[in-house]
Design a protein around this ligand. Structure first.
Ligand code: AMP
Length: 273
């Protein structure tokens, strides 16, 4: 992979990079399209990174339809796929990790200890190997995008980190590889997540009640989704990801995680200042 990147750079070509865990969908495609538009070459990685999964999480059953993904990447006209093996990325004796303090201890970081350490470590490694000019991340995983932006700055990685808008089904459900865990009915019910966030955004903009009370109303609404079990719903500063208890003066983020059947679904909505 390094050698391929070096050859492109030697020819004066720019490289765009889209890291994924595979089971590709239109959300991934939107990042890839943007990279194809903005760069001479586009690399996609598929790597289900064991390090970012907790012991009770879905690493083993995470969908891995590799042949279908390769077909999609060909139709989408991607230039290179990087698909390393687990023991190639983490060889015997691997002990070095990247932690992005503060940003990793909000939202999902509190619920999935070690998750963002795993994410930051693999992304730093991938950026080092691929050495792209630009790398594309979805704002569906808003916290991940912010963490990667910070780590690239802090570690002097010469890649521009670009956030891309969330792609949704017509009913509003954010596309996700984990949606494949849902039954047809659960998938319809899951539309309630974004509906609740949109409703919450209006409540927060009207500023009629204190934030903790509004968050409780939004939580209650999310809990009306059949079979849903709340993980969290939080209002945070869009840059620092610190919790807000007062009406936001700057851009903020209303983010939630909800368990539905076997899936843990996350979504968010930005509230402009
Ligand atoms: P994943 O394969 O789930 O690790 O995702 C790989 C990249 O695609 C990440 O940057 C995600 O944020 C992004 N992504 C996943 N789902 C969506 C979506 N619905 N809209 C936009 N980007 C997405």
């Amino acid at each position: 992979m390094r050698e391929w990147s070096r050859q492109q750079k030697n020819k004066g070509l720019s490289i765009g990079f889209v890291p994924t865990m595979g089971c590709l969908h239109e959300g991934h495609h939107s990042l890839i399209s943007r990279s194809l538009k903005e760069n001479d070459r586009t690399v996609v990685s598929i790597f289900v990174n064991k390090l970012q999964f907790g012991p009770a999480e879905d690493f083993k059953r995470y969908p891995r339809p590799l042949q279908k993904d390769i077909r999609l990447l060909k139709t989408w006209r991607v230039d290179a796929l990087f698909h390393p093996l687990q023991n190639q990325m983490y060889s015997k004796g691997f002990v070095t990790h990247v932690e992005v303090e503060g940003l990793d201890s909000a939202l999902c970081g509190l619920r999935r200890p070690g998750h963002f350490k795993g994410v930051a470590t693999i992304v730093a490694k991938l950026l080092n190997i691929v050495n792209p000019d630009k790398a594309y991340f979805g704002q569906k995983d808003y916290q991940q995008w912010r963490i990667v932006g910070r780590l690239a700055r802090d570690l002097n990685i010469p890649t521009r980190i670009i956030g891309c808008p969330t792609v949704r089904e017509p009913g509003g459900l954010a596309l996700s590889s984990r949606n494949s865990y849902l039954t047809r009915n659960q998938r319809l019910d899951a539309r309630g997540i974004f509906a609740a966030l949109q409703w919450g955004k209006k409540l927060i903009k009207f500023r009629k009640r204190p934030i903790p009370i509004l968050l409780k109303l939004i939580r209650n609404r999310l809990q009306t989704i059949p079979g849903a079990r709340m993980d969290y719903v939080q209002l945070v500063d869009a840059k620092t990801l610190q919790s807000l208890r007062k009406p936001p003066q700057k851009a903020s983020l209303l983010a939630c995680a909800v368990f539905l059947g076997p899936a843990r679904l996350i979504d968010n909505i930005v509230i402009e200042s």
